[in-house]
Design a protein around this ligand. Structure first.
Ligand code: HEM
Ligand SMILES: *[C@@H]1O[C@H](CO)[C@@H](O)[C@H](O)[C@H]1NC(C)=O
Ligand SMILES: *[C@@H]1O[C@H](CO)[C@@H](O)[C@H](O)[C@H]1NC(C)=O
Ligand SMILES: *[C@@H]1O[C@H](CO)[C@@H](O)[C@H](O)[C@H]1NC(C)=O
Ligand SMILES: *[C@@H]1O[C@H](CO)[C@@H](O)[C@H](O)[C@H]1NC(C)=O
Length: 319
């Protein structure tokens, strides 16, 4: 009786340890402590100067991490350039003519290679740069888990299928994030990223001309820069109140029907997430904390660790 119960609990403990190990996949905040002790300060100062040069770059670097992690995990697959024999993710519909920040990542990578050659992955650089960008724009910090390695592959088709489109309705948004292990609440928190950065006319035209759950003066104000045809690449801020500050103004916009994207307003349009939006619109600290926790979770999506993948020398190509 006793021996079998103890061996059952040993088996159970081993099973639970394996599960925990799989979930955390061996990332650690101290991963580079001895192999590259100055990596964090090097990246932070490079991000700070890029953001000082152009505030929007903070938004672009945050989005790069999201579009990396949602396609086969945070493995820097989005950074690989197309070649005559290789098709990467850069021309996927959500990325083409839209994702930016690659030159900043190149600059950071060359600084990091000069202090610790062959040690720090491009995937970790993107994760750290996303955090430092949010902090540079006034958001709350989080501890970035480290030790990701870089992919030797990319997937155009997964980029097209798994990065959520702005045409999705609430149930589509909830399922796109659920597929990656996120709750609806975490999806609402992560969408608060749209408190910074800009979108192209092509992505909000149908909303400002054809939707009814939009503040009419807000819609009118956007039309001169986004005509009903043409000017697809003209930009407008996702958060008209404070586009370069990482605050809770995104949710204040939503409760006033001033979400720029169809998908933004879906979070507050009479559905199950309305109350979460209201909470974030009135409590900036609740939003900032939930956002930081959800970002740590996003950064843990299927990392390559151990001997999987590689540490790329140039983030744009495999070694
Ligand atoms: C909830 C589903 C989401 C949808 C449908 C969505 C869609 C979009 C679209 C269409 C744009 C504008 C792109 C363009 O017009 O070129 C955009 C911009 C942006 N997205 Fe999202 N997004 C979502 C979630 C997220 C998440 C989770 C993050 C980060 C964790 C994020 C970060 C950003 C940022 C920072 C920008 C501005 C980028 C810049 O100015 O360069 N988005 N998003
Ligand atoms: C790693 O470095 C950080 C920052 O210098 C320090 O706070 C931490 O105690 C170190 N951890 C280990 C395990 O060496
Ligand atoms: C990507 O964008 C470029 C320029 O905006 C365009 O010429 C090209 O056709 C697009 N590629 C795809 C696959 O959509
Ligand atoms: C959401 O979109 C999906 C796919 O386009 C559609 O099947 C579904 O009926 C829509 N749900 C609602 C509540 O509009
Ligand atoms: C608005 O809806 C109408 C009718 O469905 C459609 O013909 C038109 O192209 C839409 N306009 C935009 C800007 O999406």
């Amino acid at each position: 009786m006793a021996p079998s119960s103890s061996s059952f609990s040993t088996t159970l403990s081993v099973f639970l340890l394996v599960l925990v190990g799989m979930a955390s996949a061996q990332l650690s905040s101290t991963y580079y402590n001895t192999s590259c002790p100055n990596v964090l300060s090097t990246i932070k100062s490079a991000v700070n100067s890029a953001v000082a040069n152009e505030r929007r770059m903070g938004a672009s670097l945050l989005r790069l991490h999201f579009h990396d992690c949602f396609v086969n995990g945070c493995d820097a697959s989005i950074l690989l350039d197309d070649t005559s024999t290789f098709t990467g993710e850069k021309t996927a519909k959500p990325n083409n003519g839209s994702v930016r920040g690659f030159e900043v990542i190149d600059t950071i990578k060359s600084k990091v290679e000069s202090i610790c050659p062959g040690v720090v992955s491009c995937a970790d650089i993107v994760a750290i740069a996303a955090r430092d960008s949010v902090v540079a724009l006034g958001g709350q910090s989080w501890t970035v888990q480290l030790g990701r390695r870089d992919s030797t592959t990319a997937s155009l088709s997964t980029a097209n299928s798994d990065i959520p489109a702005p045409s999705l309705n609430l149930s589509g948004l909830i399922s796109a994030f659920s597929k990656k292990g996120f709750t609806a609440k975490e999806m609402v928190a992560l969408s608060g990223s749209h408190t910074i950065g800009q979108a192209r006319c092509t992505n909000f035209r149908a909303r400002i001309y054809n939707e009814t759950n939009i503040d009419q003066s807000f819609a009118s104000s956007l039309k001169s820069n986004c005509p009903s045809t043409g000017s697809d690449n003209n930009l407008s801020p996702l958060d008209a109140i404070s586009q370069t500050t990482f605050d809770n103004a995104y949710y204040k916009n939503l409760v006033r029907e001033k979400g720029l994207l169809h998908s933004d307003q879906q979070l507050y349009s009479g559905g199950s997430t309305d109350s979460q939006v209201t909470t974030y619109s009135t409590s900036s600290s609740t939003f900032l904390t939930d956002f930081a926790n959800a970002m740590v979770k996003m950064g843990n999506l299927s990392p390559l660790t151990g001997t999987s993948g590689q540490i790329r020398t140039n983030c744009r190509k495999t070694n």
